[in-house]
Write a protein that binds this ligand. Structure first.
Ligand code: LMR
Length: 400
């Protein structure tokens, strides 16, 4: 037996693997309701105008491609800390910048992995809790980082709501030092977020029990707006240490640039400097230092008042179009299947709808109608547009 002859074939990735299957399908009517990628009315990933203008500015500057610092482009790190931690209305910082260690990351996933590797190194016996359900890659990447990944209750499928009582009760029993992964907004996959009072309860139990909060914020601005969607992060940052990962894949439509960040709010500046030094070792030994282009684009937009206003309006357009498609889907289903109540779809936030359909129904949607949603029943709403909504309604009405 050679070394490689015994290597087992791994299963396809539940999300990106579905895109592979979608691409291999030659039916013209197919729709990819799987991966969380925003598409415009014409079914294309948009190139935002603010990004185009930033690209033009950068092209005129023609900077050479040297290495970035290990922790990333300094202007980017500072601007992202501001975006994530400052109140957009008052400008007040939830935590002073010198208490925050920031590293540029490779999208949300890369930033989560840096956080996971760091936490595992400093707290090797800690458990890590994710929500039931959670984004498939949370379990995969934190397990891979060596954590014993367990779950806290989150979604009540019967009531179509967050079961915050069960969540708080479970967190109240977690051991001190347990890492708790929370979705800052646009919960993936359910689309159900905590309200302000719920966040207050969760924050209280996290602090009382001495748990370690890690807020994953990949969709800031896709639920209500930048300020509202960032409120949970600012709440935690104001009350103690917190890990925050963010991503500009969706909000800037920069998927392929792999641009995100990890911000760690620490107790004081000396602690932040020590944490940053350790984060840099993880980056250096994983990919040395991050790429330039995405960070330059995001930093250019965030630093320029006019581009930032343009970005916020384009973000608002994406958010509004998703909401319109939710309504169109619910209205279409009401017509096609008056016996079915799909109204929960318009209560959800962000890109996804947790439809409640079973794995068997999702497989049938794929096989009989070329509609590719996740086995969990998750549907990516931004894949819908006026050209395919009737087809999707028809398929759903037949399997529901
Ligand atoms: C998703 O959940 O579909 C997105 O976050 C894309 C991904 O990397 O899984």
């Amino acid at each position: 037996m050679s070394l490689l002859s015994s290597v087992e074939r791994a299963p396809r990735d539940p999300i990106l693997g579905l895109t592979e299957a979608f691409q291999a399908d030659d039916r013209q009517t197919k729709v990819n309701l799987g991966v969380g990628v925003y598409m415009d009315e014409s079914g294309k990933v948009p190139l935002l105008k603010c990004v185009q203008q930033a690209q033009q500015q950068l092209a005129q500057g023609r900077a050479p491609y040297g290495y970035l610092p290990i922790d990333g482009l300094k202007a980017y790190d500072d601007l992202v800390a501001g975006l994530v931690l400052d109140d957009p209305v008052t400008g007040a910082a939830a935590a002073p910048r010198d208490r925050v260690a920031v590293v540029q990351g490779l999208g949300g996933t890369g930033s989560l992995k840096i956080a996971g590797d760091f936490l595992r190194a400093v707290s090797p016996n800690a458990k890590l809790l994710i929500s039931t359900p959670s984004w498939e890659n949370h379990n995969a990447l934190f397990s891979r980082a060596g954590f014993d990944v367990q779950q806290y209750p989150y979604y009540d499928a019967t009531g179509h709501r967050v079961d915050v009582d069960a969540m708080v009760a479970a967190l109240g029993e977690a051991e001190a030092g347990t890492v708790v992964v929370l979705h800052a907004c646009c919960h993936n996959p359910t689309g159900y977020d905590l309200g302000e009072q719920d966040w207050a309860r969760v924050e209280q139990v996290v602090r009382e029990r001495g748990l370690v909060p890690l807020l994953d914020m990949a969709y800031q601005g896709f639920a209500t707006g930048l300020a509202e969607d960032g409120a949970a992060v600012r709440r935690f940052a104001a009350s103690g240490p917190v890990f925050v990962t963010t991503s500009f894949s969706k909000t800037f439509s920069l998927y392929g640039e792999r641009i995100g960040a990890l911000a760690v709010v620490c107790d004081d500046a000396d602690e932040a400097a020590r944490v940053l030094s350790q984060l840099k070792i993880i980056v250096r030994t994983t990919y040395s230092n991050p790429p330039t282009n995405g960070a330059s684009i995001v930093a250019t937009v965030l630093a320029d008042d006019q581009l930032r206003v343009l970005w916020e309006s384009e973000l608002g357009e994406m958010r509004d179009r998703i909401k319109q498609m939710r309504t169109a889907l619910v209205d279409g289903l009401k017509q096609a299947r008056p016996d079915v109540d799909a109204s929960h779809i318009t209560d959800q936030n962000g890109m996804f709808s947790y439809s409640g359909l079973s794995k068997e129904q999702m497989v049938r949607l794929r096989e009989d109608f070329a509609l590719y949603g996740l086995d969990s029943g998750r549907l990516a709403i931004p894949a819908l547009n006026p050209g395919n909504i009737d087809r999707v309604v028809d398929g759903l009405a037949q399997v529901w």
